[in-house]
Design a protein around this ligand. Structure first.
Ligand SMILES: *Cc1c(COP(=O)(O)O)cnc(C)c1O
Length: 390
Protein backbone atom coordinates (compact mmCIF):
# COMPACT_ATOMS: atom_id res chain seq x y z
CA UNK A 1 0.00 0.00 0.00
CA UNK A 2 1.03 3.56 -0.63
CA UNK A 3 2.04 5.19 2.64
CA UNK A 4 3.32 8.43 1.19
CA UNK A 5 1.91 11.80 2.20
CA UNK A 6 -0.49 13.13 -0.39
CA UNK A 7 1.89 15.14 -2.50
CA UNK A 8 1.00 15.06 -6.18
CA UNK A 9 4.45 15.12 -7.75
CA UNK A 10 5.98 12.72 -5.25
CA UNK A 11 3.13 10.27 -5.67
CA UNK A 12 3.28 10.66 -9.45
CA UNK A 13 6.83 9.28 -9.49
CA UNK A 14 6.78 6.92 -6.51
CA UNK A 15 3.32 5.69 -5.50
CA UNK A 16 2.69 1.97 -5.89
CA UNK A 17 6.34 0.95 -6.31
CA UNK A 18 7.05 -2.55 -5.08
CA UNK A 19 10.71 -3.27 -5.83
CA UNK A 20 11.66 -6.89 -6.51
CA UNK A 21 14.73 -8.65 -5.08
CA UNK A 22 16.69 -7.40 -8.09
CA UNK A 23 16.64 -3.85 -6.75
CA UNK A 24 15.49 -2.25 -10.01
CA UNK A 25 15.03 1.53 -9.79
CA UNK A 26 12.53 1.80 -12.65
CA UNK A 27 9.34 -0.20 -12.18
CA UNK A 28 9.60 -3.81 -13.37
CA UNK A 29 7.34 -5.07 -16.13
CA UNK A 30 5.67 -8.43 -15.47
CA UNK A 31 4.74 -9.82 -18.88
CA UNK A 32 3.28 -13.08 -17.69
CA UNK A 33 -0.19 -14.53 -18.12
CA UNK A 34 -0.06 -16.81 -15.09
CA UNK A 35 1.90 -17.29 -11.85
CA UNK A 36 3.32 -20.48 -10.32
CA UNK A 37 2.73 -21.81 -6.83
CA UNK A 38 5.15 -23.41 -4.39
CA UNK A 39 2.96 -26.46 -3.93
CA UNK A 40 -0.57 -27.80 -4.34
CA UNK A 41 -1.67 -26.38 -0.99
CA UNK A 42 -0.65 -22.85 -2.01
CA UNK A 43 -2.41 -23.22 -5.37
CA UNK A 44 -5.56 -24.23 -3.55
CA UNK A 45 -5.26 -21.36 -1.04
CA UNK A 46 -4.73 -18.80 -3.79
CA UNK A 47 -7.72 -20.02 -5.77
CA UNK A 48 -9.89 -19.94 -2.66
CA UNK A 49 -8.49 -16.47 -1.86
CA UNK A 50 -7.44 -17.77 1.58
CA UNK A 51 -3.95 -16.58 0.71
CA UNK A 52 -3.45 -13.28 -1.11
CA UNK A 53 -1.27 -13.41 -4.20
CA UNK A 54 -1.24 -13.56 -7.98
CA UNK A 55 -2.94 -16.37 -9.88
CA UNK A 56 -3.57 -15.19 -13.42
CA UNK A 57 -3.22 -11.78 -15.09
CA UNK A 58 -6.92 -11.46 -15.84
CA UNK A 59 -7.29 -11.31 -12.03
CA UNK A 60 -4.21 -9.41 -10.90
CA UNK A 61 -0.87 -8.40 -12.35
CA UNK A 62 1.87 -6.59 -10.38
CA UNK A 63 2.54 -4.05 -13.17
CA UNK A 64 -1.14 -3.22 -13.53
CA UNK A 65 -1.37 -2.89 -9.75
CA UNK A 66 1.40 -0.24 -9.69
CA UNK A 67 -0.50 1.85 -12.27
CA UNK A 68 -3.77 1.44 -10.33
CA UNK A 69 -2.22 2.49 -7.02
CA UNK A 70 -0.41 5.43 -8.57
CA UNK A 71 -3.49 6.78 -10.36
CA UNK A 72 -5.64 6.23 -7.23
CA UNK A 73 -3.17 8.28 -5.20
CA UNK A 74 -3.33 11.13 -7.76
CA UNK A 75 -7.14 11.16 -7.90
CA UNK A 76 -7.30 10.65 -4.10
CA UNK A 77 -9.59 7.67 -4.66
CA UNK A 78 -9.88 4.66 -2.36
CA UNK A 79 -9.41 2.31 -5.27
CA UNK A 80 -8.67 2.19 -8.99
CA UNK A 81 -9.53 -0.59 -11.43
CA UNK A 82 -7.58 -0.43 -14.71
CA UNK A 83 -9.26 -1.47 -17.96
CA UNK A 84 -8.26 -2.16 -21.57
CA UNK A 85 -9.64 1.18 -22.86
CA UNK A 86 -11.69 4.17 -21.82
CA UNK A 87 -14.78 2.61 -23.36
CA UNK A 88 -14.33 -0.64 -21.46
CA UNK A 89 -13.99 1.43 -18.27
CA UNK A 90 -17.45 2.92 -18.88
CA UNK A 91 -18.91 -0.44 -19.93
CA UNK A 92 -17.44 -2.23 -16.89
CA UNK A 93 -18.74 0.43 -14.53
CA UNK A 94 -22.34 0.18 -15.71
CA UNK A 95 -22.35 -3.60 -16.26
CA UNK A 96 -21.24 -4.08 -12.67
CA UNK A 97 -23.39 -1.47 -10.91
CA UNK A 98 -26.60 -1.33 -13.02
CA UNK A 99 -29.41 -3.72 -13.73
CA UNK A 100 -32.35 -3.67 -16.15
CA UNK A 101 -34.80 -0.91 -15.22
CA UNK A 102 -32.13 1.48 -13.92
CA UNK A 103 -31.96 4.99 -15.35
CA UNK A 104 -28.89 7.16 -16.08
CA UNK A 105 -28.98 10.92 -16.73
CA UNK A 106 -26.20 11.93 -19.12
CA UNK A 107 -24.77 15.23 -20.30
CA UNK A 108 -25.59 15.77 -23.97
CA UNK A 109 -22.02 16.96 -24.58
CA UNK A 110 -20.08 13.74 -24.11
CA UNK A 111 -17.68 11.70 -26.21
CA UNK A 112 -19.48 10.31 -29.30
CA UNK A 113 -18.66 6.65 -28.66
CA UNK A 114 -19.98 6.98 -25.11
CA UNK A 115 -23.31 8.12 -26.57
CA UNK A 116 -23.28 5.04 -28.81
CA UNK A 117 -22.51 2.79 -25.84
CA UNK A 118 -25.50 4.21 -24.00
CA UNK A 119 -27.89 4.21 -26.98
CA UNK A 120 -26.89 1.04 -28.84
CA UNK A 121 -25.73 -1.24 -26.04
CA UNK A 122 -26.88 -0.30 -22.53
CA UNK A 123 -30.42 0.51 -23.73
CA UNK A 124 -30.66 -3.01 -25.21
CA UNK A 125 -30.05 -4.40 -21.72
CA UNK A 126 -32.93 -2.40 -20.29
CA UNK A 127 -31.03 0.60 -18.96
CA UNK A 128 -32.86 3.83 -19.62
CA UNK A 129 -30.92 6.96 -20.64
CA UNK A 130 -31.91 10.67 -20.63
CA UNK A 131 -29.82 13.51 -21.99
CA UNK A 132 -29.53 17.02 -20.51
CA UNK A 133 -27.54 20.23 -20.95
CA UNK A 134 -24.57 19.91 -18.59
CA UNK A 135 -24.76 23.57 -17.48
CA UNK A 136 -28.44 23.51 -16.52
CA UNK A 137 -28.97 22.25 -12.96
CA UNK A 138 -32.73 22.42 -13.49
CA UNK A 139 -32.54 19.99 -16.41
CA UNK A 140 -30.61 17.48 -14.30
CA UNK A 141 -33.18 17.81 -11.52
CA UNK A 142 -36.13 17.48 -13.90
CA UNK A 143 -34.69 14.31 -15.45
CA UNK A 144 -34.53 12.41 -12.14
CA UNK A 145 -36.97 9.50 -11.75
CA UNK A 146 -37.25 6.99 -8.92
CA UNK A 147 -35.13 4.65 -11.07
CA UNK A 148 -32.24 7.09 -11.57
CA UNK A 149 -29.00 5.58 -10.31
CA UNK A 150 -26.28 7.69 -11.95
CA UNK A 151 -25.46 11.11 -13.38
CA UNK A 152 -22.72 11.00 -16.05
CA UNK A 153 -20.79 14.09 -17.16
CA UNK A 154 -17.58 15.27 -18.83
CA UNK A 155 -16.21 18.66 -17.83
CA UNK A 156 -14.94 20.58 -19.74
CA UNK A 157 -16.96 19.23 -22.65
CA UNK A 158 -15.64 18.35 -26.07
CA UNK A 159 -15.33 20.40 -28.30
CA UNK A 160 -17.03 23.51 -26.84
CA UNK A 161 -15.24 23.44 -23.45
CA UNK A 162 -18.43 23.98 -21.46
CA UNK A 163 -18.14 23.30 -17.74
CA UNK A 164 -20.44 21.75 -15.22
CA UNK A 165 -20.17 22.74 -11.58
CA UNK A 166 -19.21 19.38 -10.05
CA UNK A 167 -19.96 20.45 -6.48
CA UNK A 168 -23.48 21.65 -7.30
CA UNK A 169 -24.25 18.63 -9.46
CA UNK A 170 -22.98 16.26 -6.74
CA UNK A 171 -25.33 17.79 -4.20
CA UNK A 172 -28.31 17.52 -6.58
CA UNK A 173 -27.37 13.87 -7.15
CA UNK A 174 -26.83 13.02 -3.49
CA UNK A 175 -30.13 14.54 -2.40
CA UNK A 176 -31.82 11.95 -4.63
CA UNK A 177 -29.47 9.12 -3.62
CA UNK A 178 -27.82 9.18 -7.07
CA UNK A 179 -24.09 8.74 -7.77
CA UNK A 180 -22.20 11.26 -9.88
CA UNK A 181 -19.73 9.86 -12.43
CA UNK A 182 -17.20 12.26 -14.00
CA UNK A 183 -15.17 11.36 -17.10
CA UNK A 184 -11.97 13.24 -16.15
CA UNK A 185 -10.13 12.57 -19.37
CA UNK A 186 -9.73 16.22 -20.44
CA UNK A 187 -8.29 17.54 -17.18
CA UNK A 188 -6.66 14.53 -15.53
CA UNK A 189 -6.03 14.75 -11.77
CA UNK A 190 -3.24 17.26 -12.46
CA UNK A 191 -5.88 19.91 -13.26
CA UNK A 192 -9.05 18.69 -11.56
CA UNK A 193 -9.89 16.13 -8.87
CA UNK A 194 -13.63 15.43 -9.17
CA UNK A 195 -13.83 13.32 -5.99
CA UNK A 196 -12.69 16.31 -3.93
CA UNK A 197 -15.62 18.30 -5.40
CA UNK A 198 -18.10 15.61 -4.36
CA UNK A 199 -18.20 13.21 -7.35
CA UNK A 200 -18.45 9.51 -6.50
CA UNK A 201 -16.79 7.80 -9.44
CA UNK A 202 -14.18 8.82 -12.03
CA UNK A 203 -13.71 7.38 -15.50
CA UNK A 204 -10.49 7.74 -17.49
CA UNK A 205 -9.46 7.03 -21.00
CA UNK A 206 -5.75 6.57 -20.21
CA UNK A 207 -5.25 6.64 -23.98
CA UNK A 208 -5.33 10.45 -23.88
CA UNK A 209 -3.33 12.63 -21.47
CA UNK A 210 -2.43 9.86 -18.99
CA UNK A 211 -0.31 8.25 -21.70
CA UNK A 212 0.23 11.64 -23.25
CA UNK A 213 2.29 10.37 -26.15
CA UNK A 214 -0.24 8.53 -28.28
CA UNK A 215 1.10 5.01 -27.78
CA UNK A 216 -1.35 2.78 -25.88
CA UNK A 217 -5.02 2.22 -25.22
CA UNK A 218 -6.23 1.90 -21.66
CA UNK A 219 -8.70 3.15 -19.12
CA UNK A 220 -9.59 3.24 -15.45
CA UNK A 221 -12.51 3.44 -13.05
CA UNK A 222 -11.92 5.01 -9.63
CA UNK A 223 -14.07 5.35 -6.55
CA UNK A 224 -14.94 3.78 -3.20
CA UNK A 225 -13.68 0.31 -2.28
CA UNK A 226 -17.26 -0.91 -2.19
CA UNK A 227 -18.09 0.20 -5.75
CA UNK A 228 -14.69 -0.81 -7.14
CA UNK A 229 -15.04 -4.32 -5.69
CA UNK A 230 -18.07 -4.75 -7.96
CA UNK A 231 -16.24 -3.31 -10.98
CA UNK A 232 -13.24 -5.55 -10.29
CA UNK A 233 -15.53 -8.58 -10.00
CA UNK A 234 -16.95 -7.83 -13.45
CA UNK A 235 -13.51 -7.29 -14.93
CA UNK A 236 -11.91 -10.52 -13.68
CA UNK A 237 -14.84 -12.50 -15.06
CA UNK A 238 -15.59 -10.62 -18.29
CA UNK A 239 -11.94 -9.86 -19.07
CA UNK A 240 -11.47 -6.31 -20.43
CA UNK A 241 -8.32 -6.02 -18.30
CA UNK A 242 -5.39 -3.72 -19.01
CA UNK A 243 -2.28 -5.35 -20.46
CA UNK A 244 0.84 -5.24 -18.31
CA UNK A 245 2.80 -3.58 -21.08
CA UNK A 246 0.30 -0.73 -21.43
CA UNK A 247 0.11 -0.37 -17.63
CA UNK A 248 3.88 0.03 -17.51
CA UNK A 249 3.81 2.73 -20.21
CA UNK A 250 1.07 4.62 -18.33
CA UNK A 251 2.92 4.29 -15.02
CA UNK A 252 5.97 5.95 -16.54
CA UNK A 253 3.75 8.61 -18.14
CA UNK A 254 2.15 9.55 -14.83
CA UNK A 255 5.62 10.64 -13.67
CA UNK A 256 5.49 13.61 -16.05
CA UNK A 257 1.71 14.18 -16.01
CA UNK A 258 1.77 17.40 -14.02
CA UNK A 259 4.50 19.14 -15.99
CA UNK A 260 2.96 18.01 -19.28
CA UNK A 261 -0.50 19.28 -18.31
CA UNK A 262 0.93 22.64 -17.23
CA UNK A 263 2.78 22.90 -20.54
CA UNK A 264 -0.32 21.92 -22.58
CA UNK A 265 -2.29 24.57 -20.70
CA UNK A 266 0.21 27.35 -21.14
CA UNK A 267 0.61 26.65 -24.87
CA UNK A 268 -3.19 26.49 -25.25
CA UNK A 269 -3.56 29.80 -23.37
CA UNK A 270 -1.08 31.49 -25.73
CA UNK A 271 -2.82 30.06 -28.79
CA UNK A 272 -6.32 30.98 -27.54
CA UNK A 273 -5.19 34.55 -26.84
CA UNK A 274 -3.70 34.83 -30.33
CA UNK A 275 -6.77 33.31 -32.00
CA UNK A 276 -9.06 35.77 -30.24
CA UNK A 277 -7.21 38.63 -31.98
CA UNK A 278 -7.55 37.22 -35.52
CA UNK A 279 -10.09 38.87 -37.82
CA UNK A 280 -10.87 35.54 -39.49
CA UNK A 281 -11.80 33.98 -36.14
CA UNK A 282 -15.31 34.82 -34.99
CA UNK A 283 -15.34 32.98 -31.67
CA UNK A 284 -12.90 31.12 -29.42
CA UNK A 285 -13.98 28.51 -26.85
CA UNK A 286 -11.39 28.11 -24.08
CA UNK A 287 -11.99 28.21 -20.29
CA UNK A 288 -8.79 30.22 -19.75
CA UNK A 289 -10.17 33.25 -21.62
CA UNK A 290 -12.05 35.93 -19.71
CA UNK A 291 -14.58 35.86 -22.55
CA UNK A 292 -15.53 32.28 -21.60
CA UNK A 293 -18.94 32.44 -19.84
CA UNK A 294 -17.69 30.09 -17.09
CA UNK A 295 -14.25 31.64 -16.67
CA UNK A 296 -14.62 32.04 -12.91
CA UNK A 297 -15.91 28.48 -12.39
CA UNK A 298 -12.93 27.20 -14.43
CA UNK A 299 -10.64 29.20 -12.14
CA UNK A 300 -11.97 27.59 -8.99
CA UNK A 301 -12.73 24.06 -10.19
CA UNK A 302 -9.56 23.53 -12.26
CA UNK A 303 -5.95 24.40 -11.49
CA UNK A 304 -5.45 25.41 -15.14
CA UNK A 305 -7.65 25.55 -18.23
CA UNK A 306 -6.29 22.50 -20.09
CA UNK A 307 -4.97 21.74 -23.56
CA UNK A 308 -8.09 21.65 -25.73
CA UNK A 309 -9.71 24.65 -27.41
CA UNK A 310 -11.98 25.23 -30.34
CA UNK A 311 -12.87 28.22 -32.48
CA UNK A 312 -15.10 29.32 -35.33
CA UNK A 313 -13.59 30.45 -38.62
CA UNK A 314 -15.25 33.26 -40.54
CA UNK A 315 -17.33 31.59 -43.27
CA UNK A 316 -18.57 28.01 -43.20
CA UNK A 317 -17.39 24.47 -43.54
CA UNK A 318 -15.24 25.10 -46.62
CA UNK A 319 -13.23 27.79 -44.79
CA UNK A 320 -12.79 25.45 -41.81
CA UNK A 321 -11.57 22.69 -44.12
CA UNK A 322 -9.26 25.08 -46.01
CA UNK A 323 -7.66 26.12 -42.73
CA UNK A 324 -7.14 22.47 -41.73
CA UNK A 325 -5.73 21.59 -45.15
CA UNK A 326 -3.34 24.57 -45.06
CA UNK A 327 -1.51 23.23 -41.99
CA UNK A 328 1.80 21.41 -42.45
CA UNK A 329 2.96 20.77 -38.89
CA UNK A 330 -0.27 19.99 -37.03
CA UNK A 331 -1.59 16.44 -37.28
CA UNK A 332 -5.04 16.12 -38.85
CA UNK A 333 -6.50 13.56 -36.48
CA UNK A 334 -9.37 13.36 -34.05
CA UNK A 335 -7.21 12.09 -31.18
CA UNK A 336 -6.22 14.37 -28.32
CA UNK A 337 -4.00 14.33 -25.29
CA UNK A 338 -0.78 13.91 -27.26
CA UNK A 339 2.46 15.90 -27.16
CA UNK A 340 1.84 16.49 -30.88
CA UNK A 341 -0.76 19.14 -31.67
CA UNK A 342 -3.86 17.77 -33.41
CA UNK A 343 -6.48 19.61 -35.44
CA UNK A 344 -9.93 18.38 -36.38
CA UNK A 345 -13.30 19.48 -37.77
CA UNK A 346 -15.84 18.13 -35.23
CA UNK A 347 -18.92 18.36 -37.51
CA UNK A 348 -17.45 15.98 -40.10
CA UNK A 349 -15.43 13.72 -37.76
CA UNK A 350 -15.94 13.27 -34.00
CA UNK A 351 -19.52 14.54 -34.04
CA UNK A 352 -20.58 13.39 -37.52
CA UNK A 353 -23.00 10.81 -36.12
CA UNK A 354 -25.19 13.54 -34.64
CA UNK A 355 -28.04 14.71 -36.84
CA UNK A 356 -27.92 18.33 -38.04
CA UNK A 357 -30.64 19.10 -35.53
CA UNK A 358 -28.71 17.54 -32.61
CA UNK A 359 -25.55 19.40 -33.61
CA UNK A 360 -27.39 22.71 -33.71
CA UNK A 361 -28.87 21.95 -30.28
CA UNK A 362 -25.45 21.41 -28.72
CA UNK A 363 -24.00 24.41 -30.62
CA UNK A 364 -21.44 22.67 -32.82
CA UNK A 365 -21.36 24.75 -35.99
CA UNK A 366 -19.96 23.85 -39.42
CA UNK A 367 -17.19 26.44 -39.09
CA UNK A 368 -15.90 25.04 -35.81
CA UNK A 369 -12.31 23.75 -35.60
CA UNK A 370 -10.88 21.96 -32.56
CA UNK A 371 -7.21 21.99 -31.61
CA UNK A 372 -5.68 19.80 -28.90
CA UNK A 373 -2.59 21.87 -28.25
CA UNK A 374 0.63 19.87 -27.95
CA UNK A 375 4.08 20.69 -26.69
CA UNK A 376 5.75 22.01 -29.85
CA UNK A 377 7.13 25.57 -29.72
CA UNK A 378 4.13 27.88 -29.62
CA UNK A 379 5.58 30.03 -32.44
CA UNK A 380 5.56 26.97 -34.70
CA UNK A 381 1.96 26.11 -33.79
CA UNK A 382 0.79 29.67 -34.44
CA UNK A 383 2.95 29.89 -37.57
CA UNK A 384 1.21 26.80 -38.96
CA UNK A 385 -2.13 28.62 -38.74
CA UNK A 386 -1.03 31.52 -40.95
CA UNK A 387 -4.02 30.84 -43.25
CA UNK A 388 -5.86 32.98 -40.69
CA UNK A 389 -3.63 35.95 -41.52
CA UNK A 390 -4.29 35.89 -45.27
C1 LIG B 1 -11.32 8.92 -25.98
C2 LIG B 1 -12.31 9.12 -24.93
C3 LIG B 1 -13.00 8.05 -24.36
C4 LIG B 1 -12.82 6.62 -24.84
O1 LIG B 1 -11.55 6.14 -24.56
P1 LIG B 1 -10.81 4.99 -25.41
O2 LIG B 1 -9.55 4.79 -24.64
O3 LIG B 1 -10.64 5.50 -26.79
O4 LIG B 1 -11.68 3.79 -25.36
C5 LIG B 1 -13.90 8.31 -23.36
N1 LIG B 1 -14.14 9.57 -22.94
C6 LIG B 1 -13.48 10.63 -23.46
C7 LIG B 1 -13.76 12.00 -22.93
C8 LIG B 1 -12.55 10.45 -24.46
O5 LIG B 1 -11.94 11.51 -25.00
Amino acid sequence: MNKLPNKFNTNAVRAGINMTEEGEHSEAMFLTSSFVFENAQQASDRFKNVEKGNVYSRFTNPTVRVFEERLASLEEAEQCVATSSGMSAILSLFMSLCQPGDHIVVSRSIFGTTVQLFNNILKRWGIDISYVDLKEDLEWKAAITNKTKFFFVETPSNPLTELCNIKDLASIAHEANIKLVVDNCFCTPALQKPLLHGADIIIHSATKYLDGQGRCLGGAVLGSKEDMTEVYGFLRTAGPTLSAFNAWVFTKSLETLNIRMQAHSSNAMLLATWLEKQKKVTKVYYPGLESHPQYSLANTQQSSPGGVLSFEVKGGMSEAWSLIDSTKLLSITANLGDVKTTITHPTSTTHSRLSDQERIEVGINDNLVRIAVGLEDIDDIIGDLNYLLK
